[in-house]
Design a protein around this ligand. Structure first.
Ligand code: ARG
Length: 560
């Protein structure tokens, strides 16, 4: 079913000497107002060829086009407006959705492995709102890419290596307690780390000790390794609690430390290609021909860096997954890092560097200020999620006091609200986070979409009549919903092409709004000849809302 294609075909038949189907497809647009039809073709582009005014060309085209598949074809100004035949349109959309169910919108835009670097928090530090964004955007992209044919691999590139572990070991040995780390690992480890920095200001020898411990760690010293892996394990336990709340899994937790034994290989290749230069005692790759700052490969003390590990990781992912694209869902502030990464890989001779895409995103602010997890403004994600669940619980208690599995639903609504709020904004936009707004049941929120879906389910549960698309729906007021439903496959394709989950979130809001308008103006359950067709419309709406929310990683409870 492709209604746009029927418009293109009709135009192509009369324009065959002037324009091919691809060019026509590019020009056909959706008019702002439905008075101007469902599709419109602008004739300006043909003015030169025909040496006529666009208005005249539009009139000529209308007289030649075979209008049988349409309700009407009209010339308005420099446009040809196409009005679809609503009854056959409705029949087509509703049968397709009934037959294909959750597979409606599946398509093959490509295939092959796509590693997605996502979440990637740092050990012994709280997961920030930025890491949350990376987690939910990465997960949604993985779902969307699956729907269009790719095989994503969710990779959590943990920040589990670096000189900070030397500091942490020193701090733990001075002020730490095993008990404290076990009960509340991240806040206590963070506290030791912060204290280390404070005390090192007056006792600079602490820094020497930290360097020595990091050296031991690099050399595989037993005690250093034991402490490091214990910090890692305890931190991961905490991160996993958040991932469980979000219902997000990873295929790999290979973080920075995983590449320890792969660093020499990277350095050897860089040397072999004569790419390494010395600068103030450090080893760098000059990237001035890319208009980029040099990439720092090795510090003066010989320690390898974030960049070096990312080089090793990129190569490892290429060798292991033979990827068709490799994505990094990481904040916009690391834009230059990923430009450098690609440039160095290019210099090393890897032409697949072009398949690497940094998927940047903006900041979450609160009252217009950047949220930070350093000292002061510590927002712990778990608390945000739990507060959201509590707010959802309160609202459910008033709206639906006898709901059977209220706790489960409150979880799905609260967590879903936070995820949805994150994804409805275009990735690169920074946005404000106000929990009360996020969990509201009205307005542009996740709970609003979920509530609409539950309302549709409740309509279906109130009748024993079976939905039947083949009955035929002539109801004009259903038109907006039908158009949205038919658009779903295009929406998915666009979201996948521009790596933008907000395309799906905004779509879910549009569909929910169209449905609520219909619900407010139409007596759906009246027992007349079209009741089974109206029920098919309601059922299709639940199917697509559930599916769209699912792509975003948001649950769709049937009752709430
Ligand atoms: N751990 C880093 C941070 O919190 C993000 C890592 C992103 N992934 C990567 N391959 N560099 O800033």
């Amino acid at each position: 079913m492709d209604f746009k294609q029927s418009v293109v075909t009709a135009l192509a038949a009369v324009l065959k000497d002037q324009m091919d189907e691809a060019a026509i497809t590019n020009l056909v647009e959706t008019p702002k107002s439905s008075d101007l039809g469902d599709y419109a073709f602008p004739t300006f582009a043909l003015a030169k060829v025909y040496r006529k005014a666009p208005v005249t060309i539009a009139q000529d085209l209308v007289s030649q086009i075979d209008a049988t598949p349409f309700e009407a074809v009209k010339a308005v100004g420099g446009y040809v407006n196409f009005f679809l035949n609503k009854v056959s349109f409705a029949h087509q959309v509703l049968t397709d959705i009934a037959e294909q169910g959750e597979h409606f919108g599946d398509q093959q835009l490509g295939s092959g492995n796509v590693p997605i670097d996502m979440s990637s928090p740092n050990i012994a530090k709280p997961m920030s709102m930025g890491h949350l964004r990376s987690t939910v955007i990465g997960n949604a992209l993985a779902n969307i890419l699956t729907k269009v044919g790719y095989s994503p691999i969710r990779i959590n590139h943990l920040g589990d290596w670096g000189t900070q572990f030397g500091k942490l070991i020193v701090a733990y040995k001075l002020w730490g307690s095993e008990e404290a780390v076990k009960t509340d690992p991240i806040s206590n480890l963070l506290e030791y780390y912060v204290r280390f920095h404070e005390e090192a200001e007056t006792q600079p020898e602490l820094n020497d000790e930290a360097r020595a411990w990091f050296k031991k760690l690099e050399d595989g010293d037993e005690e250093a390794t034991r402490l490091w892996s214990w910090f890692r394990e305890e931190s991961l336990k905490e991160f996993n609690r958040i991932y469980a709340m979000l219902d997000i899994d990873f295929d790999s937790y290979n973080g920075e430390a995983f590449y320890n034994d792969k660093m020499d290989g990277v350095i050897a290749t860089l040397e072999h290609e004569h790419l390494l230069k010395e600068s103030q005692g450090a080893e760098i790759v000059d990237l001035s021909q890319y208009d980029l700052n040099p990439a720092l490969i090795k510090k003066s003390d010989g320690a390898t860096l974030y960049m070096t590990r990312d080089l090793a990781a990129a190569i490892y992912r290429h060798d292991t997954y033979n990827f068709v694209q490799s994505l990094y869902v990481v904040g916009n502030e690391q834009r230059e890092h990923f430009e450098q990464l690609k440039a160095v890989l290019k210099e090393m001779g890897y032409d697949w560097a072009d398949d690497i895409h940094h998927i940047p995103f903006g900041l979450i602010t609160s009252g217009g200020k950047k949220l930070s997890t350093r000292k002061g403004n510590v927002i712990l994600l778990e608390r945000v999620l739990n507060d959201a669940i509590q707010l959802a619980k309160d609202q459910i208690a008033t709206k639906h006091p006898d709901l059977a599995n209220a706790d489960q639903v409150a979880h799905e609504v609260g967590v879903g609200a936070v995820i949805f709020h994150d994804l409805k904004n275009e990735r690169l936009d920074s946005f404000d986070f106000n929990l009360e707004e996020v969990v509201r049941f009205e307005g542009e929120t996740g709970p609003y979409v979920q509530y609409t879906n539950a309302r549709a389910h409740s309509i279906l549960s109130k009748t024993s009549v079976q939905p039947a698309p083949e009955v035929g729906l002539t109801d004009e007021s259903a038109w907006e919903i039908l158009k949205q439903l038919a658009d779903y496959p295009n929406v998915i394709a666009r979201a996948a092409r521009i790596y933008e989950p907000s395309v799906i979130a905004k779509y879910a809001l549009r569909l929910a709004k169209a449905f609520n308008q219909y619900y407010a103006n139409t007596k759906i359950l009246i027992d007349d000849a079209e009741l089974p067709a109206r029920l098919a419309l309601v059922q299709s709406t639940t199917q697509i809302l559930t599916n769209a929310l699912g792509l975003l990683g948001v649950a769709a409870p049937e009752e709430m």
